[in-house]
Design a protein around this ligand. Structure first.
Ligand SMILES: [Fe+2]
Length: 176
C-alpha cells in the first residue's frame, strides 16, 4: 500500500492552490504520460507519477499589465527549485518516506534546465521521464497551462492512475 496517493495529494489545499495556478489538466497529463514512460522503462511508476503531477507546483505567474511576460519569466524564474522544495515538504507531511520524497523532489528540480547555467547534467531515468513527458504534452504559446478540467474529471483520472500505479508496482515486485 502506498502511503501517499495522487488522490490524497490532489485533495491537499497546497496542491489545490499551486497546481491549479499552473494548470491541473496539464499536471494530470504529465503524471499520466510519466507513468506510461515509467512502465516501459522499469522506472518506479509511483515516483514518476508524483513528480509529473507536482512538477509545476513552484510556478509563479510573471505578468505585466495583465499579460504573460516571457522575458521576466526567462530571467527570474526558479519554479523548479521552488517546486522541488514545496513538493518535498508536502510529501513528507503526508507521510512519504524521506528516500522517496527526495527522489521525487530531485526529478522536479531537474525537469527543466531553463533556469540552470550552461553545461550538461547526467540525469537518472526518473529525472528524464518528467522532462520528456512535460515536453510531449506542451502546446504552442503555453496553452497547456490554461486548459480547464472539472474537479470530478480530475479525481476520476487520478483514481484511475492510482489504481494503475498499484498494478504496476505489484508487477515490478513480482518480477524481483
Ligand atoms: Fe510543465
Amino acid at each position: 500500500m502506498r502511503r501517499v496517493t495522487l488522490v490524497s495529494l490532489y485533495q491537499h489545499p497546497i496542491v489545490q492552490k499551486y497546481v491549479k495556478r499552473s494548470g491541473m489538466a496539464h499536471a494530470i497529463d504529465v503524471a499520466e504520460r510519466s507513468v506510461k514512460i515509467a512502465s516501459q522503462t522499469n522506472v518506479n511508476p509511483d515516483h514518476a507519477a508524483k513528480a509529473g503531477f507536482l512538477h509545476d507546483i513552484g510556478h509563479y505567474q510573471w505578468y505585466q499589465d495583465g499579460k504573460w511576460d516571457f522575458k521576466q519569466y526567462r530571467e527570474n524564474d526558479i519554479h523548479a527549485i521552488k517546486g522541488a522544495e514545496r513538493a518535498h515538504k508536502l510529501l513528507i507531511r503526508q507521510g512519504e518516506n524521506h528516500k522517496d520524497a527526495k527522489a521525487i523532489a530531485l526529478a522536479i528540480l531537474l525537469h527543466t534546465d531553463s533556469y540552470l547555467p550552461d553545461g550538461s547534467l547526467c540525469l537518472t531515468p526518473l529525472q528524464k521521464i518528467v522532462a520528456q513527458a512535460d515536453t510531449e504534452v506542451e502546446e504552442a504559446g503555453g496553452a497547456h497551462h490554461y486548459r480547464e478540467i472539472s474537479d470530478q474529471i480530475a479525481l476520476e483520472r487520478l483514481r484511475k492512475l492510482d489504481a494503475n500505479i498499484d498494478y504496476l508496482l505489484g508487477k515490478l515486485q513480482r518480477a524481483e
